[in-house]
Design a protein around this ligand. Structure first.
Ligand SMILES: Cc1ncc(COP(=O)(O)O)c(C=O)c1O
Length: 498
């Protein structure tokens, strides 16, 4: 049977990719498309719906991830045998009744917008999408030496349960000592070691929030937090974080409304914008929070990646209530496969999180924690960080230079003093989606700002991550982005979502 074409609503908040995917999922659910039926060829559908091929490709990829369709050689994209759309699968739990947490997590997994993949045969010019350090730069030999040393010294002990749910004492001491050196005037914090920063965020929600409570996030914010919030049944209150910083009046207003149980911020090298709250804003922020008992999670996921300027005080050190915890991670500073993060704060806040963690995963790998202690003690961590910071400085300088040279005057790229990310803004909301699609067709991958929007609205920004693009790739990639941006600015009518 030949399927009807999707009718796209360009003023809707749902992205075009989701609209196309949902149209065909509904056709399969309602029996208009059956196993073996072909979906329209990508090129043809793109032409008939007046969208880019990357949009259709992405919609078909989403359908494939839902196991509704598959790509076949010679026949294009066809409906799978036994395809049942996820909506009905979750309703009946695929035979299993699901928890609200799992249902929300499944839904978010399917709906999460991402960076479009490149078309078949398309040459990669620059990958600005991945936010995961280039493992090719990591000193694997030094890590292996640290692993060998701890295995030789205390192998048998490290192969069992470490019996320390809040983390290996030596690692906690090392992190506490580093925090004390960084901020000598602040109280020495307690430390909870976690399975990555992501687990720390989950533990904070489990410890302090109940379904229906409100969590304050920045607008935009870290996209993997949204799925967690949904899964925990939490409401989101978004506070704009723009070029002038955090909208503190808005924060005050949201707090005064009541119902807020947690504030989640990234004060330094914010994901996705790369922005940093200056000292005055940090101090004002703490004043705004002063009259409340709301805990704050400051996610310092790239805390040691500053290559310029003086470090700013953590919100934890400024918060006289002792209700702010700092979340840190080894993922961006070493490598994500370590799955080690840590939380610094007062025991009043850390204790409940540690108690929850005990029953969630018993503990974080003692073997890997011990290797990290050794890696730190050998000075390998600081050596590597020094090199990483120098490379980041070069990459940010290349980005700033390329932006000046190649982008039209209507675009803006923020300049960061550290971290991996920068935010490229187009003049109008929605243009970022178009830029993302056009760039992917020309070999440049970026993540559209919509992915970081708490309400999935069209955005004017795209996130540029510099983890995988060296200086040459940055210059080549920004030149392509400049060409795309010029076309979009010259023809705003063609921009979807306006
Ligand atoms: C802002 C932010 N917080 C937390 C995380 C999760 O980090 P981890 O790998 O330590 O779980 C990420 C990962 O990209 C992140 O960007």
């Amino acid at each position: 049977m030949s399927p009807t074409l999707p009718e796209l609503d360009r003023s809707a908040t749902a992205p075009l990719t989701a609209q196309i995917a949902d149209h065909f999922a509904a056709a399969i659910e309602q029996g208009q498309l059956r196993a073996g039926d072909r979906l329209p060829p990508i090129r043809e559908l793109a032409r008939r719906c007046a969208v880019t091929r990357a949009t259709v490709q992405d919609a078909y990829r989403q359908l494939a991830e839902r196991r509704l369709v598959e790509g076949t050689v010679g026949r294009g994209t066809v409906v799978c045998a036994g395809a049942v759309p996820m909506a009905s699968r979750t309703a009946v739990g695929n035979g299993l009744p699901l928890s609200p947490f799992a249902t929300a997590a499944l839904r978010r997994t399917l709906e999460m917008p991402g960076a479009p993949t490149l078309g078949a045969g398309q040459r990669l010019v620059a990958n600005f999408a991945e936010l995961a350090p280039d493992s090719g730069r990591f000193p694997v030999d030094e890590w292996r030496a640290a692993m060998d040393a701890v295995l030789l010294r205390s192998g048998p002990e490290l192969l069992g349960y470490g019996m320390a749910a809040n983390g290996l004492p030596e690692l906690r001491e090392a992190f506490a000592a580093r925090a004390a050196v960084a901020e000598p005037a602040a109280p020495v914090p307690e430390v909870l070691v976690t399975g990555g920063a992501q687990q720390a965020l989950d533990l904070a929600l489990r410890a302090f929030c109940a379904p229906g409570d409100t969590v304050v996030v920045t607008d935009p914010s870290y996209h993997q937090m949204f799925g967690l919030l949904k899964a925990h049944g939490l409401e989101v209150a978004a506070v704009p974080f723009g070029r002038d910083g955090l909208d503190l009046d808005r924060l005050q207003h949201v707090l005064a409304r009541g119902g807020v149980r947690l504030v989640y911020l990234m004060p330094t090298f914010h994901n996705p914008t790369g922005r940093t709250l200056d000292r005055a804003q940090r101090e004002r922020l703490v004043e705004v929070l002063a009259g409340t008992e709301v805990p704050v999670v400051e996610d310092e996921y790239q805390q040691s990646l500053r290559f310029r300027g003086e470090p700013l005080p953590t919100l934890r050190s400024l918060d006289p209530r002792g209700l702010t915890v700092t979340v840190a991670s080894a993922s961006k500073e070493l490598f994500p496969a370590l799955r080690i993060g840590w939380v610094l704060g007062a025991s009043r806040v850390l204790q409940p999180m540690a108690a929850v963690k005990r029953f969630v995963d018993l503990e974080t790998s003692p073997l890997l924690q011990a290797a990290l202690v050794e890696f730190l003690a050998r000075g390998a961590f600081d050596r590597y960080l020094g090199e990483l910071r120098a490379e980041l400085a070069r990459r940010h300088a290349a980005l700033a230079g390329a932006a000046r040279e190649s982008l039209p005057a209507e675009c803006h790229v923020g300049e960061a003093d550290g971290g991996y990310v920068a935010w490229l803004e187009m003049p109008r909301a929605g243009q970022a989606d178009r830029l993302t699609e056009m760039a992917s067709e020309r070999g440049v991958r970026v993540v559209p700002g919509r992915a970081f929007d708490p309400f999935d609205r069209p955005s004017s920004g795209v996130r540029l991550s510099l983890t995988r693009a060296d200086c040459d790739a940055i210059r080549a990639g920004v030149a392509v982005l400049g060409d795309c941006a010029r076309e979009i600015v010259a023809d705003p009518v063609a921009t979807p979502f306006l």
